[in-house]
Design a protein around this ligand. Sequence first.
Ligand code: RUQ
Ligand code: CUA
Length: 662
Amino acid sequence: MNTSSKLIAITTVAAIASLIGCKPRGAQSAVSGDAAQKTYVAPGKYDEFYDFVSGGFSGQMSVYGLPSGRLFRVIPVFSVDPEKGYGYSEETKPMLNTSHGYVPWDDLHHIALSETNGVQDGRWVFANGNNTPRIARVDLKTFRTAEILEIPNSAGNHSSPFITENSEYVVAGTRFSVPLDNTNGDVPINTYKQNFKGTVSFVHVDTSGKMSIAFQIQTPGVNFDLARAGKGKSHGWVFFSCYNSEKANTLLEVNASQRDKDFIMCVNWKKAEEYVKAGKAEKRTVAYAHNVYNENSHSATSEIEKEVLVLDPKNCPDMVYFMPCPKSPHGCDTDPSGEYIVGSGKLAAVIPVFSFTKIQKAIADKNFDGDYDGIPVLKYESVLHGEVQKPGLGPLHTEFDADGNAYTSFFVSSEIVKWRISDLKVLDRVPTYYSVGHLSVPGGPTRKPWGKYVIAYNKITKDRYLPTGPELAQSAQLYDISGEKMKLLLDFPTIGEPHYAEAIPADLIVKNSQKIYKIEDNQNPFAAKGDANAKVERKGNEVHCYITAIRSHFTPDNIEGVKLGDIVYFHITNLEQDWDIPHGFAVKGANNAELLIMPGETQTLAWKPDRTGVFPIYCTDFCSALHQEMQGYIRVSAPGSNVPITFSTGKNEPTGPIAQNK
Ligand code: RUQ
Ligand code: CUA
């Protein structure tokens, strides 16, 4: 190879590495001697933190303990889950309803724990549905999805859900700009610049956790990527990173990387609230689902809402500003003081850090660099605290500790870099295995970081685990950040693709954790609150079986009189009032799978038998020494049969004729 072709080869390798991420060396030797001790949680002992980790394309959220990395639970949110019956039971199906109908699988990227005064409070965790735009709220008493709200005028709900410091709002910025819902969307795609708009939504959270869309702000047709709310002095503002300020509609890889700087959009939501109060918002007709799970009836309802209020910055001065940010920013993170806003340009060679005080001054002085679609653009130099020089390649996200340090993930150079906010000095760097996306410090996005660890959520696993065919578990890596230098302690596999995660001290959640549902509070209309209420009733071609479950039998466990063409509803009430004693329920041939019923709860399985005969039913959760005896039969006769409805447990006399099926 001559020198110039060598050079070409090297640049090509570098270019490829910069796109796919490179693999650091010394993967096996990176662990320090006391790592095992620092992550060992002895049998019977509790972890110090809960870690709520997004499942990405699995649509779920998983819960780990830190520092052990032990998996405790997968919480079904935007996808059906055969482990919990979520999305299969009649009671939970409405949770996955949308204006497009039933959507049983979505893509969950970001986690937001509720806060009071900027500190995690352990009440709820919010998550975004990325594909069919939604925000979910999980109740941390029960670790169940309590509410899902669809976001209209939105497509690709990526910039979501980021939370304000008193959980006043969770925000949702649309990834894709699109023709808005109340317009004729049937337009040529290459009329993007005229017809496509963005929106950011402010979803109000009331004191009980209930969500509602307070207002949306219509924006130029850019792509919103991430966001963070201000805190402390910047409380009242939200910062959204945006890319594609070129407004490209094809081959964004090239066409959306033209401009030297894109933007961070700064929204003064207190101002927006004033404009809404003053009647400046336009009512627009849209359709979006609002699904709520009722803890007393153990049932979800889905309603389609019809209206949103939309603010146009053109009519609302001083509400929205653009701040230039080099180049294709992804993460946009605010430090614990609320003074600094860190942009992470995926293609930028520096990390820009903006100052909230300077932003306010630039606004007051009208220090603008023209406008973008009528919205003032702040002068880059006038709002900049400074740039971190040569930090690494491909910065994505930044989290903070309580000592004035920031931790930024670098996808391309596959590392975490620690730097100081005050003087922007790089202090330390550690490799990740491989290609870290998000990272998280417990309490890192709040006013009160708990520190101790930073966890890298890696996109690529390669040789780190035993191979499992073409796909490997994605991985998290735990680093000790209590000293000056970061130290790798542990790898653990994750469920789905971890995007963002948030960790919280365990005692903020443990004390509220619910153990059972009280049977006397059970308001499910199909509950049988004792064996005396167990029964089977025919209503036209529906057969409703009100069945109780208690160790180790169902009442009734022999049911006859069902005819082909009927729909059978098994309403199972778990009478146990003891922690950790669920019962399961399954019937042979049910297309709708199974149930898992918590103590004191009622859940319903709908079954449409497809043939005559006798079908076993049984408990699917090993609940007692006689779990295997927890079974029964249901008989299905021909459509015209005269077998009467009968039901019993513990009776052996014949209940109906045998040959009526013929
Ligand atoms: S993203 S790897 Cu979906 Cu939050 Cu940055
Ligand atoms: Cu009930 Cu096994």
